[in-house]
Design a protein around this ligand. Structure first.
Ligand code: GDP
Ligand code: IMO
Ligand code: MG
Length: 423
């Protein structure tokens, strides 16, 4: 039986997971999104055209690949329909799209509640994407959510009406406009009609495909330090973007998992609030932001930028059991004269490789940096690691040495072909 390869984010998201999935999907029969919702934005540049996927697995760009939205995903139907339309307009067929009957639906009250909660948190806000993700997962675990199977059935109206009435009480209490149940139900019934044809029991389907020896890749969304358990709580998302979420979000048991690729950038970036040990809130950070075009795919927010943190990367390697690294934006970091790499933290006068998401512990730590030479020149057409300039090789070798996980992919530009592969 074939093994399922997995692509995960190692830091705070936006590491370039979409690009790696796009490459792996070329040789895969199936690609699966397992967690999160349209808080994700995965970019792929194909022949000068930019695609940004929020819900549909990026693998759909390879026309033969089946694209599955797994049970762990929270789906905003309006956004999904928009993505389907965009693909169709660009000449792609979406006949290969399958949606889990067990995925959850994001409703308008989730989005309103997300915004309201951020308002109430005031200066302690998380900086969410305001897409209703947290409230949708809250409802799922509170067992008040609307599953896709209910969304497309006659149960929908009653479930939606009850939930809207419940949420309206809160909106009223905080002086917000109440939602019109009739209008929403009418609108969402139309969405259900459009999406119904894509809905299947994906767990069953995935296992049949596994038995047929089909090649499957799972597309992680968000990232390790945004994980509800393993990230910098409370500045995290409301799901498990780490390896466990891949299993529970798809119905694939650990024995089927093969390679687990951790994606990172040659530097680090973050959107939203919370700790970021190697952040450069200065000219260096500004330069990296401009060189790497670090503005959010989903919210367009400027991303906070800084150096690569190998203490955090080692933690991500442990938590996910990474078997390989994919390091993007080597072209971007190579435009700097000097590059710093965090190879440890100083804690109470001693060097440590211990990462913890305990924010008090992190505040007591100071990054220890090693400096590397930049100026890699144009590397976008280089196809083997050996051909890279010496300065780039020294930087990559040191990362591998400290983290002890082999680098399997090296991103040398935004285009889908600017990738060195040594699988
Ligand atoms: P994801 O959420 O992990 O899929 O990443 P995003 O798509 O949100 O952000 C990654 C950004 O970096 C996108 O704009 C990509 O086009 C771009 N990108 C990915 N790999 C590379 C690379 O190796 N070099 C450059 N210059 N850009 C890259
Ligand atoms: P991809 O898959 C970057 C961040 C938000 C915020 C926190 C909580 O493109 O890497 P949420 O809306 O999930 O409740 O927000 O998580 N966040 C992301 N940051 N990339 C993402 O996805 C993200 N998904 C959520 O910015 O800090
Ligand atoms: Mg992204």
């Amino acid at each position: 039986m074939s093994k399922v390869n997995v692509v995960l984010g190692t830091f705070y998201g936006d590491e370039g997971k979409g690009k790696i999935i796009d490459y792996l999907s070329e040789n895969a029969d199936v690609s699966i999104r397992c967690t999160g919702g349209n808080n994700a934005g995965h970019t792929i540049n194909v022949d000068g055209k930019k695609f940004a996927f929020h819900l549909i697995p990026s693998g759909i760009l390879n026309r033969e690949t089946k694209a599955i939205i797994g049970n762990g995903v929270v789906i905003d139907p309006k956004v999904l329909i928009g993505e389907i339309e965009n693909l169709k307009q660009n000449g792609y067929t979406v006949d290969n799209l399958f949606i889990s009957d067990k995925a959850q639906i994001i409703m308008p009250y989730h989005i309103m509640m997300d915004k309201l909660q951020e308002e109430l948190r005031a200066e302690r806000k998380i900086g969410t994407t305001a897409r209703g993700i947290g409230p949708a997962y809250t409802d799922k675990f509170e067992r008040a959510g609307i599953r896709v199977e209910d969304f497309i059935s006659n149960n929908f109206e009653e479930l939606a009406r009850n939930n809207i009435a419940k949420n309206n009480k809160t909106f009223k209490m905080y002086g917000k406009e109440e939602l019109n149940a009739d209008k929403i139900i009418k609108e969402y019934k139309e969405y259900a009609k459009i999406l119904r044809r894509y809905v299947v029991d994906t767990v069953d389907m995935i296992h049949e495909l596994l038995e047929e020896n089909k090649k499957i890749v799972c597309e992680g969304a968000q990232a390790t330090l945004l994980d509800i358990d393993f990230g910098n709580y409370p500045f995290v998302t409301s799901s498990n973007p780490t390896i466990g979420g891949i299993c529970t979000g798809s119905g694939i048991g650990p024995k089927y998992i093969g390679e687990v690729y951790g994606v990172l950038k040659a530097y680090s970036s973050k959107v939203g609030e919370g700790m970021f040990m190697t952040e450069q809130n200065n000219e260096i950070g500004d330069t990296i932001r401009e060189l790497g075009h670090e503005y959010g795919t989903t919210t367009k927010r400027p991303r906070r930028c800084g150096w690569l943190d190998l203490v955090a990367l080692k933690y991500a390697a442990r938590v996910n059991g990474l078997t390989g690294l994919a390091i993007n934006h080597m072209d971007t970091i190579g435009k700097l004269d000097k590059i710093k790499l965090c190879v440890g933290y100083e804690h109470n006068g001693e060097k440590t490789m211990r990462f913890s998401t305990n924010n008090e512990y992190l505040k007591e730590c100071t990054p220890i940096y090693e400096e590397f030479e930049g100026n890699f020149g144009d590397i976008s057409n280089i196809k083997t690691r050996e051909e890279l300039p010496e300065n780039a090789k020294l930087y990559l070798n040191r990362i591998e040495e400290v983290v002890n996980v082999p680098i399997k992919f090296i991103g040398t530009g935004a285009d889908r072909n600017s990738l060195i592969v040594s699988e």
